[in-house]
Design a protein around this ligand. Structure first.
Ligand code: NIG
Ligand code: FE
Length: 427
């Protein structure tokens, strides 16, 4: 049979196969590796997976990639990013080096608010060009699917502009995109209190954003618009978080998620679990009892250890606890100008392996099949199985563990999305 693309002779074909389910507990150590493996691709989808001799006997193609001596993985899935913003936070970076904390800078009107000022002043075309450039660099680091949040507008017009930029990225960029509305990212100075701003988000901003969503390519394709809140001391407490997420769920019938326990444990995990959240993200100071509760649920626990690293912290969330309790764990970059200016999931793996004691196999499942589950995409991306999108990241190494081991290396050699080559470092 003639197919569109064959990838043959992979030293390791890392399938992350799971039968369309996220992985838990000891399953996280299993990558479903086929030594000398091969894949056949047709119409942008994976048609068949197996030993090279079998695939070669069944299929022929005008396009063949010999992956001899290489690792072939599923394309990486970054399930938590804030790529649409203008400006930078280089001054904050220096202030932190000189001793100020992240939350002190935010409380003084810097931090997220300074990015919001720059983002409000930028045009949609400028924001699109900046974000598309960031997606390109993520892609060169092996990412083929990304979640992108609004949240640097904090007023209706700018949040709408950010949503439109995300919808345009989905139409025009090769990467698969999943959108999230994060109007409740900080309390802008135009509002006297978090209560007043949360009220505005629920009653005015969400209707405007969901009206735009209904007209967008996302709604046309049946892609949901998730709703997120920064649940943190000095930002949105658990009562306001519950009100915003309940409105998203009940009035707009959309999935919800939350930034919880980045600095202070407020109990955000319980609120999110009651609402059946897709994911709870950060989890840096979540007590073990709450991680155990999370482990009993379908909600994905997303750790973002590039944040701890970037903020110069020596404290990391108890990722090991969540895996050992049988929960679904994912890792993501949190790419944003303040707390995590990195496009690299391999770097995130490297940090998680060292400071959170994940094995490289666990970290690789956490940026593929389990990250896909955090976006309700576990049946579509995140593993190399027949019927899934033909997204692959090919590494210039014959052992997948090098991805976490050689931090700062450039091991990503080729990136293929829906069967099309999008990056080839060996050109
Ligand atoms: O996930 N914590 C809140 N939001 C982002 C940081 C955003 C920023 O600092 O610009 C985060 O860490
Ligand atoms: Fe974030």
């Amino acid at each position: 049979m003639n197919v569109d693309l064959l990838i043959l002779n992979a030293a390791q074909l890392v399938t992350c196969a799971s039968g369309g389910r996220p992985k838990r507990g000891a399953q996280m150590r299993d990558l479903g590796i086929i030594a000398g493996g091969a894949v056949a691709v047709k119409d942008g989808l994976i048609l068949d997976v197996g030993a090279t001799a079998d695939i070669r006997a069944r299929y022929e193609s005008a396009q063949v990639i010999d992956a001899g001596g290489r690792v072939v993985c599923p394309g990486f899935v970054d399930c938590h990013t804030h790529v649409v913003y203008a400006g930078d936070r280089l001054d904050d970076f220096e202030s932190r080096i000189l001793g100020k904390t992240y939350m002190e800078i935010l409380a003084a009107g810097g931090g997220i608010m300074s990015t919001a000022r720059a983002t409000r002043a930028a045009s949609a075309d400028e924001l699109y060009a900046l974000a598309a450039g960031r997606l390109d660099v993520m892609l060169h680091n092996g990412t083929t699917t990304a979640e992108i949040k609004t949240g640097y507008g904090l007023d209706i017009a700018t949040e709408r502009k950010l949503f439109d930029v995300i919808a345009r990225l989905d139409r025009e960029h090769a990467m698969t995109i999943r959108p999230t509305f994060l109007g409740a990212h900080a309390v802008p100075p135009e509002f006297a209190s978090a209560n007043a701003y949360a009220d505005h988000v629920i009653h005015e901003m969400m209707p405007a954003i969901f009206a735009a969503y209904e007209q967008s390519n996302f709604a046309a394709e049946g892609v949901p618009l998730a709703v997120d809140v920064f649940c943190e001391d000095g930002v949105f407490d658990t009562v306001l978080t519950g009100q915003i997420l309940s409105a998203a769920k009940e009035r707009w019938r959309q999935p919800v998620k939350a930034h919880v326990d980045e600095f202070v444990n407020l109990g955000g995990v319980r609120v999110a679990l009651e609402l059946g959240a897709l994911s709870v993200d950060h989890l840096d100071v979540t007590p073990d009892a709450e991680l155990e509760l999370l482990a009993q649920s379908e909600t994905v626990g997303v750790f973002l250890p590039a944040v701890n690293f970037n903020l110069g912290s020596t404290h990391y969330g108890h990722a090991r606890k969540l895996i050992d309790a049988g929960g679904v764990l994912a890792l993501a970059t949190d790419l944003n100008p303040g707390s995590a200016p990195t496009p690299s999931l391999p770097l995130v793996m490297a940090i998680a392996c060292r400071y959170q004691k994940l094995l490289p196999a666990e970290a690789l499942n956490a940026i593929t099949i389990n990250a896909a589950a955090a976006l309700q995409l576990e049946g579509v991306v995140g593993s190399i199985e027949p019927g899934k999108q033909a997204d692959f990241t090919i590494l210039a190494t014959d052992d997948y563990r090098a991805l976490a081991y050689e931090f700062g290396a450039l091991l990503v050699e080729k990136v293929i999305i829906k069967g099309e080559m999008q990056w080839n470092a060996s050109f």
